[in-house]
Design a protein around this ligand. Structure first.
Ligand code: 13P
Length: 249
């Protein structure tokens, strides 16, 4: 039995006031959804305090979009996982394609960040996915396997036991071009085969998920929910995507 999860990645958006009001609208709407669903929002670091005030004591869980590979020290501009825990974060997105491809973060750094998040007692939402060029050259599986192996080499076979994995094909992020349910299912099933004891691992799909396509994606047997970008900034759209999850995984 796997937990259905929908996580909103708010990326670099919002103001203190809009972050608070978006979180409040989601909290208000959650009572209409089934209890088994886990819903997470990931605002920018500087909006965590505002959003934490809204989510405290509610079923809406708080996550961050990244964390440092270090716990403390002379690392200007970084935010450490224990600091996020202090704000009530339970989840941290690690290895998002925008970190990997826009900011050039390596597999090694990404794996070290993953380790730092787990060491702080938080749950990584570990993103993997191929570029368009990699898909077209037929290397999707080897790219995803390499991204998974980076963490496993550092932390061992049990590293994904309490984690969440998100498959986000880079070519589908923010482009309006979604992977077909079959394309996504193929990679999700591959990921489950690569991770030891993965039957209870929640694997989310991300990349242009909208209310109109969420149902067919979430109907696939190895897609346990979504990591949502643009549509997570609109409470009604985000809640509609939450409502499209299956109760039985
Ligand atoms: P979009 O839903 O805007 O394509 O973004 C997906 C994503 O990157 C979530 O982390």
């Amino acid at each position: 039995m796997r937990t259905p999860i929908v996580a909103g990645n708010w990326k670099l958006n919002g103001t203190r006031a809009s972050a608070r009001s978006l979180a409040q609208s989601i909290v208000d709407g959650l009572s209409q959804l089934h209890d088994a669903l886990r819903v997470i929002v990931c605002p920018t670091f500087v909006h965590l305090g505002e959003v934490a005030e809204v989510t405290a004591g509610t079923p809406l869980a708080l996550g961050a979009q990244d964390a440092a590979d270090q716990q403390s020290g002379a690392f200007t501009g970084e935010v450490a996982a224990p600091m996020l825990a202090e704000y009530g974060c339970r989840y941290v997105i690690i290895g998002h394609s925008e970190r990997r491809h826009v900011y050039g973060e390596s597999d090694t750094l990404t794996a070290a960040k993953y380790a730092a998040v787990q060491a702080a007692g938080l749950t990584p939402i570990y993103c993997v996915g191929e570029t368009l060029e990699e898909r077209e050259s037929g290397t999707t599986q080897s790219v995803v396997a390499r991204q998974l192996r980076a963490v496993r080499d550092l932390l061992g076979d049990t590293c994904f036991a309490d984690a969440v994995i998100a498959y986000e094909p880079v070519w589908a992020i923010g482009t309006g071009r979604t992977a077909s349910p079959e394309q996504a299912q193929d990679v999700h099933s591959f990921i489950r085969g690569e991770v030891p004891d993965a039957q209870s691992l929640s694997i989310l799909y991300g990349g242009s998920v909208k209310p109109g396509n969420a149902g067919e994606l979430f109907a696939m047997p190895d897609i346990d929910g979504g990591l949502i970008g643009g549509a997570a900034l609109d409470a009604a759209d985000f809640l509609a995507i939450c409502a499209a999850t299956r109760m039985e995984q």
